[in-house]
Design a protein around this ligand. Sequence first.
Ligand SMILES: NC(=O)C1=CN([C@@H]2O[C@H](COP(=O)(O)OP(=O)(O)OC[C@H]3O[C@@H](n4cnc5c(N)ncnc54)[C@H](O)[C@@H]3O)[C@@H](O)[C@H]2O)C=CC1
Ligand SMILES: CC(=O)[C@H](N)C(=O)O
Length: 304
Amino acid sequence: AQKLRKQYGTENVILSDIKKPSPHVFNSGPFVYADVLDYKHLRELIVNYRVTWLIHYSALLSAVGEANVALARQINITGLHNVLDLALENSLRLFVPSTIGAFGPSSPRDPAPDLCVQRPRTIYGVSKVHGELMGEYLYHKYGLDFRCLRYPGVISVSTPPGGGTTDYAVQIFHDALSTGHHECYLRPDTRLPMMHISDCHRATIEFMQAPESQLSLRTYNIAAMSFTPEEVAQEIRKHVPHLKVTYNPDSVRQNIADSWPVRFDDTNARRDWGWASAFRLEELVSDMLRSIRDKRTTEGLPVS
Ligand SMILES: NC(=O)C1=CN([C@@H]2O[C@H](COP(=O)(O)OP(=O)(O)OC[C@H]3O[C@@H](n4cnc5c(N)ncnc54)[C@H](O)[C@@H]3O)[C@@H](O)[C@H]2O)C=CC1
Ligand SMILES: CC(=O)[C@H](N)C(=O)O
């Protein structure tokens, strides 16, 4: 929102959630309550605010979705249908993120291309493939300006992990600077595609702004780096030498991770709309540690 507000004006970018926003978010610009399951209210917001673009992030992520399949189906599929119908009805440009989780054990894993077999084994993955296909169907049939990027695991300081399989790669930074010990729920050699949040935001905005004529696909992979828990821990130890990592694999998340790509092929995004990531593992680690250090210091918390 910050990036979009700089370009389009604070009042022209409206944030929403069903959760109470932090004072910082609330005071930074318009914020409204919006439940993706409430079709009539969503329509009212779109009409009253004269919305033109809709960026639809609401979802239950992979691990939390497996723990509550019925709710994941509702939010990720019924909620998406509401958003698709409203986007079509109001000629909106619609962005919906997909994920490395939209692939499964029968997909090519190293690398996973844009177009290949997609048979995910999680409700999260199934709902994301459904979203990709519904959006593309509505684009081809009715001209809906649907755009979708498959994100790798996104690494950010500002939001706590939301119940995903890649969450360890956020938590490990907080643990490094608080207790100095991280217990990882994945095996040390589990390689997954990852991305710094600022690359993720920049990709999303650049893709949304790309002229239609440049897009040969409606759903693109985007890539930045791939690492294992052991590799990220080694990189963190260059800054926090005493970091200790123990491994206690959790069967649900390990099975999910083992079915996901280890690398993404993003050739098409690079060719069509000029995608290029900025953060490699070294920059990601130093940026995360610097940001968490600053945050802990501001909050008066000790830094390990
Ligand atoms: N975080 C990551 O590593 C990745 C995220 N994505 C996608 O990006 C999107 C955002 O993910 P995160 O921010 O990480 O997830 P998150 O779990 O942090 O945020 C999801 C948001 O959806 C909201 N929500 C839940 N039920 C809702 C409802 N009924 N109506 C309206 N909002 C509702 C939650 O309150 C929460 O703020 C998701 O679609 C996810 O699939 C894709 C790949 C990687
Ligand atoms: C990669 C994702 O989509 C998400 N972070 C998850 O792990 O569920």
